[in-house]
Design a protein around this ligand. Sequence first.
Ligand SMILES: [Zn+2]
Length: 175
Amino acid sequence: MKNAKCLENDFIDKPELTAFVREVVLPGSSDVVPKLDLRSCRYDLTYHPSPIHRWGIFAAENIPARRTVIEYTGQKIDARETQRRLFRQHMYIFRLNRKWAIDGAIGGIGAEFINHSCNPNLYVRLRSGRIFLISCRRIASGEELTYDYNILYNGVDIPCSCGTKKCRGIINRKA
Ligand SMILES: [Zn+2]
């Protein structure tokens, strides 16, 4: 399995979780406002509602090409725990490989709120089990940060609303 953002269950109707499930059974199931830890970000970033999906992370200063912009941090969990957390309303999990994933809902510094685009301005680089998002071109202050979630097609179309000219129409890829 290639590394990819885990999103396949995000478009299936799920029951609204009770506060107990949200806060105790599935800790860190952050469904509300992004928490952006600027001390851990390499550049000045900000968040507000996104034209793509819910919240987005935006550049608050110009970012040159080929720079590490933010690390996708979070709790390292195995495949079984990943399955368990798929019941959340929104997914902040990034799969590293067949066994391991990073859950940005716990210990995420904001990268878990970056949206998908079919013509993104960031790309993913894995380094010793850590996930870094690197600028693939110059990003102007005010632009929304995006990367390609790289989700393999599993039979269900996940609609994309990135709005770029290169939009595939769906977030997942028919390899
Ligand atoms: Zn798209």
